[in-house]
Structure formats: structure tokens, C-alpha cells
Design a protein around this ligand. Structure first.
Ligand code: ZN
Ligand code: FE
Length: 262
């Protein structure tokens, strides 16, 4: 584990898994919660290393690299599993829908429906600690692929997240930031905030540090998928397909398609 972020008495740290996944662990007073444990082994190791008891497992969507370790961990620690109502989640105890909340460690996480990457994908947002877990929907300087939903659904989901407070820390599910930034610079070569972010993130990766979490303020200034109403994004979409830059949703669809080929 590295680069823990302390939020009051809760500490949030990444447990790296597979090639580039982050399983997020929240700890307080000897107890732990994990978000999207795609693999049980590194979670077991982290819990043992710090002598923690796992009480709860939070899940954002059904993909294997986010749920692969759920059953084993739930069994081993008798942990409660919270996950999206509209997806099939192993050993789910509590089915979550927009408007529900998860009360853990004296914090209230509200459930936000964010379809697009998958149709039942949810985000969990705790205003008390300025913390958002958004799985594979909003990435640092990018967004997830449209596996199940439409571009319009994903656009609206990202807009819902973008309306959260600027100070919100954005905890996503993968370390994709540097390649996302390279693409973003192709969309917006003249964005100075983006150039600065690239330097910062390159330095972090050279030191082996995660580039996650970022903040919503940084995402709004640099993430092209949150900036589809801006002139550079609209012009980039227009260059690829005349007419595509006419509105933010078609701009989003075109830029998302470009990213797949980039
Ligand atoms: Zn996924
Ligand atoms: Fe994933």
C-alpha cells in the first residue's frame, strides 16, 4: 500500500490488483472496508499486514475485475456485500439504487446511478469526507468504455458526477491516467492545466505512486469527457465527423469513439 489519504479518522489506501486495477480500502480503528475487490489475495494480504477486520464490501459494477474476490472475502470475514440492484453481484446482501445510502464508519455514502460502462453501474459519494468511488465510469482524465449503455447515458452519468463539489476526491478503478492524458492532449493541445497535469502525473508514476485520487476540480479543467460543451472538444469532434460538434452529446460520442482507436 502507498499514498494513503487520511480523511478525518478514516484512511483510504489503494491495493493494487492485476495489471492496473485499484481496490480501495478504507480503514478506521482496526476495521476495513474494500471497494471493488476483483481479487481476494492482495486484500487478504493487506488485512493481515495491518491486522484489520473486513466488515463491508462495496461494489460499483459487475465486471469480473471488480467482483472476482467478493465471494471469498465475504465468506472469510463474514463481511456485508453492498452492490448495484440492477446487476448480478456475488453474495450481495444489500441491493443499492439511486437515493439509497450506505452508512459505514459513521459516514453516509449516497448511491448515484451512472449507467453507460454497464447499465446498472453505481457511484458512491460521501459528502462528509469529500469522497467519490466511481468504478469504471469517470477515470482520471478519461472515462470508461461504453460496454452496455449509450453515449447519451454515459454523457448524463458523467455530468451527474461533474456537478458534485469541486473538492470531491475522485477514486476510480484503474491506473489509466498517463495514457488518458496523452489522448486528452490530442483533443486539447493548448490546455495549460492539462500540460501541468501530465508533468505532475509523470512524476508520480516515476516514483511508483498512484495518480488517483484526483479532484473534481482537476477533472473539470482537464478531462475531455467532462468538457464536451467546450470549443476545443467540439472542434475536435467536428474534424473527425462534420456535424458531430453540434451538441455536447454527439461531441462526447465522437470523442469516445476516437479514444477507442487512439
Ligand atoms: Zn468495468
Ligand atoms: Fe475495471
Amino acid at each position: 500500500m502507498n499514498a494513503p489519504v487520511a480523511t478525518g479518522s478514516i484512511v483510504i489506501s489503494p491495493i493494487p490488483a492485476f495489471q492496473d486495477n485499484y481496490i480501495w480500502m478504507l480503514t478506521r480503528d482496526g476495521e476495513a472496508i474494500v471497494v471493488d475487490p476483483g481479487d481476494a489475495a492482495p486484500v487478504h494480504a493487506a488485512l493481515r499486514q495491518h491486522a484489520l477486520n473486513l466488515t463491508d464490501i462495496l461494489v460499483t459494477h459487475h465486471h469480473r475485475d471488480h467482483v472476482g474476490g467478493v465471494a471469498e472475502l465475504a465468506e472469510a470475514y463474514r463481511a456485508r456485500v453492498w452492490g448495484p440492484a440492477r446487476e448480478s453481484i456475488p453474495r450481495r446482501d444489500v441491493a443499492l439504487r439511486e437515493g439509497d445510502s450506505v452508512e459505514v464508519m459513521d459516514q453516509r455514502f449516497s448511491v448515484i446511478d451512472i449507467p453507460g460502462h454497464t447499465l446498472g453501474h453505481i457511484a458512491l459519494y460521501a459528502a462528509g469526507i469529500d469522497t467519490l468511488f466511481c468504478g469504471d465510469t469517470l477515470f482520471a482524465c478519461g472515462c470508461g468504455r461504453l460496454f452496455e449503455g449509450t453515449a447519451a447515458q454515459m454523457y448524463e452519468s458523467l455530468q451527474k458526477l461533474a456537478r458534485l463539489p469541486q473538492a470531491t476526491r475522485v477514486y476510480c478503478g484503474h491506473e489509466y491516467t498517463l495514457s488518458n492524458i496523452r489522448f486528452a492532449r490530442a483533443v486539447e493541445p493548448d490546455n495549460a492545466d492539462l500540460a501541468a497535469r501530465q508533468r505532475d502525473c509523470e512524476r508520480q508514476r516515476e516514483k511508483g505512486e498512484p495518480t488517483v485520487p484526483s479532484t473534481m476540480a482537476v477533472e473539470r479543467a482537464t478531462n475531455p469527457f467532462l468538457r464536451c460543451d467546450q470549443a476545443p472538444e467540439r472542434a475536435a469532434a467536428e474534424r473527425r465527423r462534420p456535424g458531430a460538434g453540434s451538441d455536447p452529446v454527439s461531441t462526447f460520442a465522437e470523442i469516445r469513439a476516437w479514444k477507442n482507436e487512439f
